[in-house]
Ligand binder design. Structure first.
Ligand code: NAD
Ligand code: DAU
Length: 352
């Protein structure tokens, strides 16, 4: 038995692969194009581990995906690979259409061909698990109830629109062809290996470097934060026992305003690695808002708890403390991901 993990060198994918192989001996085949967001170093601890195979390649490459299916005969595909950063989707939506829509289509077609070739028992056991986002549901008013799985799709950014399109493709491949799919829609993750273009790791690395902490608009936008290892556990549980064709919302019941997240990060750094210049919060700088910025996300994860018994293990307080500690303990990882391409992005996005 083998599972195919796409995007396994990225933030959530690498946490998933590491956690999977820490808990099971079922081999993992990782397929990752190693874009700016993919980092083989995240999987360095698996070097020489016969249970893990890494393939550097693109999910839009049908011939490659077909070959991998034929050679490895995966019993499941866990599909993380995507362009994932909203700000980048505003600057350059093309890559999001290509990977998130065309790439998901390519995988679905390759999965369908593979699945149809399986004997009855393997065919019944096969799963295609699509990892998606709460952003497909759009933005919530301050007093609106949290997103349930039946909330209408109202994506507002090129990123969320491309993910919504991929969710629709996955649904259609189940409805039309019977492909055994599962979809998860998760809220904002944080934790180890998070690329420092996203809010929490950006604030940690900028603060440590004595650089401004850029807060968009009034900083009162709300996100619902989940520690990445809880997301990985939810995916394992849905893969194991999710009902075919269903979608499951995944969230941490941790709604926080961005400015409060930034202040929390600053307070933890003040405690764990105080700066001689004074409290890190002195670096907080309000900058121009993200175009089309969604005001609030909140996930109602009761279906996943009720049907599959999943609940997050971490509170925000325990998870954020572990996360800040991880960044303090991994300065070399941070240095290496801040390559030339990273510096170009920061210069483009945060120019005055
Ligand atoms: P990430 O940007 O850190 O990693 C994406 C990975 O996909 C990288 O390793 C990259 O090299 C790879 N990739 C990109 N294009 C590819 C292609 N064409 N072919 C093969 N590999 C390719 O993303 P992430 O934050 O780990 O998110 C993973 C998935 O989870 C995405 O589908 C995202 O939409 C979803 N998601 C993310 C969050 C979050 O908070 N980060 C929340 C909910 C859902
Ligand atoms: O909700 C799930 C989504 O969460 C995932 O689908 C996306 O892949 C993931 O990137 C994340 O999207 P967000 O846009 O919510 O994450 P980001 O870290 O980019 O921003 C979080 C909030 O912080 C958002 O309201 C924008 C704000 N922000 C972000 C950055 C990078 C700032 O105020 N300043 C910043 O410099």
């Amino acid at each position: 038995m083998t599972i195919l993990v796409t995007g396994g060198a990225g933030f959530i994918g690498s946490n998933f692969v590491l956690d999977w192989l820490a808990q099971s001996d079922e081999p993992v085949l990782t397929l990752d194009a190693l874009t700016y967001a993919g980092n083989r170093e995240n999987l360095a601890s698996l070097a020489g581990d016969a249970r893990h195979t890494f393939v550097h390649g693109d999910i839009t490459d049908r011939a490659l995906v077909d070959r991998l299916m034929a050679e490895h005969r995966p019993r499941a595909i866990v599909h993380f690979a995507a362009e994932s950063h909203v700000d980048r989707s505003i600057h350059g939506p093309g890559a999001f259409i290509q990977t998130n829509i065309q790439g998901t289509f390519t995988l679905l077609e390759a999965a369908r061909t593979h699945w149809q070739s399986l004997a009855d028992e393997a065919k019944a056991a096969f799963r295609f698990l699509h990892v998606s986002t709460d952003e497909v549901y759009g933005s919530l008013a301050a007093d609106a109830p949290a997103f349930t799985e039946t909330h209408p799709f109202e994506p507002n950014s090129p990123y969320s629109a491309s993910k919504a399109a991929s969710d629709h493709l996955v649904r259609a491949w189940h409805h039309t062809y019977g492909l055994p799919v599962l979809t998860t829609n998760c809220s904002n993750n944080y934790g180890p290996y998070h690329f420092p273009e996203k809010l929490i790791p950006l604030m940690i690395v900028n603060a440590l470097a004595g650089k401004p902490l850029p807060v968009y608009g009034d900083g009162q936008q709300i996100r619902d934060w989940l520690y990445v290892k809880d997301h990985c556990a939810a995916i394992r549980r849905v893969l194991e026992a999710g009902r075919l064709g269903e979608t499951y919302n995944v969230g941490g019941w941790n709604e926080k305003a961005n400015i409060d997240i930034v202040k929390t990060v600053c307070a933890l750094l003040d405690e764990m690695q105080p700066s001689a210049e004074g409290p890190y919060a002195r670096l907080i700088t309000y900058v121009k808002d993200r175009p089309g910025h969604d005001r609030r996300y909140a996930i109602d994860a009761r279906k996943l708890e009720r049907e599959l018994g999943w609940k997050p293990a971490e509170t925000f307080e325990t998870g954020i403390r572990k996360t800040v500690r991880w960044y303090l303990d991994h300065p070399d990882w941070v240095l290496r991901v801040q390559s030339g391409a990273y510096r170009d992005w920061v210069a483009t996005q945060y120019q005055a």
